[in-house]
Design a protein around this ligand. Structure first.
Ligand SMILES: [Zn+2]
Length: 331
């Protein structure tokens, strides 16, 4: 006789530009099985959605959990989203358009699926289980290839009418600055993303003022990644350190505006650059923030470094799916 299994497991999924990751959790949020694969954006939407499903199946196999035991799946996605319809509208990194992720995954696993912005998923993970536990309002800023932002406000991910919000990377900091990936000029991202930092470091190496970086990885921006930047600073490349500190200060100044708007209790820093150089980022952001916020808000927040690393996204998305799906059942 077949015994009906309880639907008490959740899956968190993180869809990145280069890699994807699925993790299965039991009803007590304990991780049971994980699977990671390269994303391979070039295979297109249809094959890409199949690849997502196959990665979830692999994690389920690892966990010894049947699809029938799943209560829900949360998928963190890049790019502009239609949150209610579960569609990724555009993903420049993958070259996908109008990918109906939630619908495809619901069909494949026979349980509800929700999507959220990948940075929001990570910030929610840190809010539930990491560095921002129990914060009334946490604003996350994650400098990477671009600069991601996210906010959890009184237990919910702050969102727009149809899509996500908190595009901190595209906060306009100068009226006529360098061209940004979004097509506008003078966004924070154009000054302080890893790409902007790497471009300045490449110029410094080319000029001869960053000899360790030059010897380690040369002047190709693609090779000047967070680890190489951190190594150059440790080896004594003062010019590289100045570039990173300047970028971190710009992030802090911009965050002062965000703090004035939202009065968060936690400003959360994460992403590859911060993981490699936590002291530099925390110190510079804290100092520049303190010097720029409205005096009455000084001391009302802490600047904290994320704790969960790569796991923040999957653990956050599983918990967010549960929050949304169980919440909708109650109402
Ligand atoms: Zn921009």
């Amino acid at each position: 006789m077949q015994v009906a299994r309880k639907k008490d497991h959740w899956v968190g999924f993180d869809l990145g530009g280069t890699k994807m990751m699925a993790c299965v959790y039991d009803g007590d949020n304990r991780p049971k099985g994980t699977s990671r694969r390269r994303t391979k954006g070039q295979i297109g939407v249809k094959a890409g959605l199949k690849r997502i499903a196959a990665t979830i199946h692999k994690a389920l196999g690892e966990a010894g959990v049947q699809p029938g035991q799943l209560a829900g799946i949360g998928i963190g996605c890049p790019g502009p989203l239609d949150l209610d319809r579960g569609i990724m509208l555009e993903t420049p990194n993958l070259g996908w358009k109008n990918a109906a992720v939630a619908g495809a995954i619901e069909k494949a696993f026979g349980c509800p699926a929700v999507i959220a912005n990948d940075v929001d998923g990570g910030v929610y993970g840190e809010y539930r289980f990491g560095a921002a536990r129990k914060a009334r309002c946490v604003v996350g800023v994650f400098p990477g290839t671009g600069i991601g932002g996210g906010c959890v406000y009184e237990g919910s991910i702050l969102r727009g009418k149809t899509g996500s919000c908190m595009e901190i990377g595209h906060f306009p900091v100068t009226p006529d600055g360098p061209l940004c990936g979004c097509g506008r000029r003078g966004c924070l991202e154009a000054y302080a993303s890893r790409l902007a930092i790497a471009a300045n470091c490449a110029a410094a190496a080319y000029r001869g003022s960053a000899p360790h970086l030059l010897e380690d990885v040369g002047t190709d921006i693609a090779n000047i990644r967070s680890g190489a930047i951190a190594r150059a600073i440790r080896a004594g490349d003062r010019a590289v350190e100045d570039i990173v500190r300047e970028a971190a200060r710009r992030i802090g100044w911009t965050m002062a505006g965000v703090v004035n708007l939202l009065a968060p209790d936690v400003v959360l820093l994460g992403g590859g650059l911060v993981e490699e150089m936590p002291e530099i980022f925390q110190g510079e952001v804290e100092n520049s923030l303190d010097g720029r916020v409205m005096p009455s808000l000084k001391g009302t927040y802490t600047v904290t470094v994320a704790e969960l690393g790569d796991d923040a996204g999957v653990t956050g998305m599983a918990a967010w799916a549960r929050h949304v799906i169980e919440g909708s059942r109650r109402s």
